[in-house]
Design a protein around this ligand. Structure first.
Ligand SMILES: *Cc1c(COP(=O)(O)O)cnc(C)c1O
Length: 411
């Protein structure tokens, strides 16, 4: 008898995006002439940078030759990629890393899930609310939680509300936690944390022997000077933090797939008998056993992001999205809608007007403006009364969407 992993049955059906799809289809079939603009997605829309494409193509050509053919590479990724990431992306922040502390992967979602492999089940985990659902659901899957209550909170997880009242930086939990997920710039709220705010968490982690999982998938979108791009900009973070990064949003790799995890050598966990053990060693063991590396042409394409030409092109696309974000944020603000985010992240998190629920606002926006966004309540109970608009999209569509919203809500 092959027993299944029953913990999967505790998961609530992936309800948010199918439900959005259902309501949009219902609307478009009733209103076939309506030009619906989708600002709900968390996926990039612009093509890869030319320098990245050239590197990608030339790496594929390598595979067509006997002398430049590449088979299995290092499971942890090629040193030439880790090193260029360190030199171009971490050194300028004043963060020193070694190549063996950077693990290249096929994307950050898998990394955020896989990291749980090297931690014991009885750790107490703290997760934001609203949140990128991967952190929550992967903890349910490994069996760290009980059942969900009627609000959607799982027993055994400590939820940290992210709301306008706390400026989207949660307070320290009142009970002791061992693992803390932080995502800045944040998805879905689009907000950031200052170095001082992150230091509170680093100090907590150091004092409590806790580990911070820091998801920096959107660090390249930061425009405000002084906002940390890496948790390691905070003193002491190397002793308590694992950082996740991705080429997905930075360089349009959502379909190409490449990410990375940083596990510093000095980072220690605790064994059952109370001794300190290197998490870098454990993650290396896990990686070499369960993973055979990101593909060679993908790693070549990723390295090209950091060439002078590549970075200029990638940055131009980021600027394009961030101009969209500005148009959305300023347009909505002018229409009297309270907005957060959209300055250092490609998401605008708005407070629904007239105290509407997230789903009521979704319906109104779809029916009256023909614009699709994402109900905040879909990211967690504390997202109720909020709504996410994405800046990934076409300029003309963004401008039209904002004009429609202004015409509807503007005074
Ligand atoms: C998009 C995103 C990622 C990146 O996922 P990939 O698997 O690398 O595409 C990671 N974290 C958050 C919060 C995201 O929104």
């Amino acid at each position: 008898m092959a027993r299944i992993n029953d913990h999967y049955l505790k998961l609530k059906a992936g309800y948010l995006f199918p439900e959005i799809g259902r309501r949009v289809r219902e609307f478009t079939s009733a209103n076939p002439e309506a030009k619906v603009i989708r600002l709900g997605i968390g996926d990039v829309t612009q093509p890869l940078a030319p320098a990245v494409l050239n590197a990608f193509r030339s790496a594929i050509d390598d595979l067509a030759t006997e002398d430049r053919f590449a088979g299995y590479g290092p499971e942890q990724g090629y040193d030439w990629l880790s090193q260029v990431i360190i030199d171009k992306s971490y050194k300028p922040l004043g963060v020193e890393l070694k190549a063996n502390e950077v693990f290249i992967s096929d994307g950050s979602k898998c990394d955020c899930a896989n990291i749980l492999d090297i931690f014991a089940l009885d750790n107490i985990v703290a997760i934001g609310d609203p949140v990128y659902p991967v952190y929550n659901d992967t903890n349910v899957m490994v069996g760290r939680t009980g059942e969900a209550d009627e609000k959607g909170y799982y027993k055994g997880i400590v939820y940290m509300p992210f709301t306008a009242e706390n400026n989207f930086v949660p307070e320290l939990p009142s009970e002791k936690v061992d693992i803390i997920y932080l995502c800045y710039p944040n998805n879905p709220t689009g907000t950031v944390a200052t170095k001082e705010q992150l230091k509170v968490w680093v100090d907590y982690a150091l004092a409590n022997d806790a580990i911070i999982f820091f998801d920096a998938a959107y660090e390249a979108f930061i425009t405000t000077p002084g906002i940390p791009h890496s948790i390691y900009e905070v003193e002491g973070a190397k002793q308590c933090s694992i950082e996740f990064r991705s080429f997905s949003k930075t360089a349009g790799f959502t379909g190409v797939r490449c990410g990375l995890v940083v596990v510093p050598e000095e980072l220690m966990g605790t064994t059952a008998s109370g001794e300190k053990y290197s998490l870098n060693k454990l993650w290396n063991r896990r990686t070499t056993t369960k993973f055979n590396g990101a593909s060679y042409p993908v790693q070549k394409a990723a390295a090209a992001v950091y060439s002078d030409e590549g970075w200029m092109q990638v940055k131009a696309t980021i600027d394009y999205y961030m101009e969209n974000a500005r148009i959305i944020r300023e347009g909505l603000t002018a229409a009297g809608i309270t907005c957060y985010g959209g300055v250092d992240a490609p998401y605008i998190w708005l407070q629904t007007p007239e105290g509407m629920s997230s789903w009521d606002f979704f319906d109104k926006l779809l029916n009256e403006c023909h614009v699709v966004g994402t109900p905040g309540s879909g990211f967690g109970p504390s997202g109720e009364g909020y709504f996410r608009l994405s800046a990934f999209g076409d300029r003309e569509n963004v401008e039209t969407a904002v004009q429609r919203i202004k015409a509807k809500w503007g005074k």
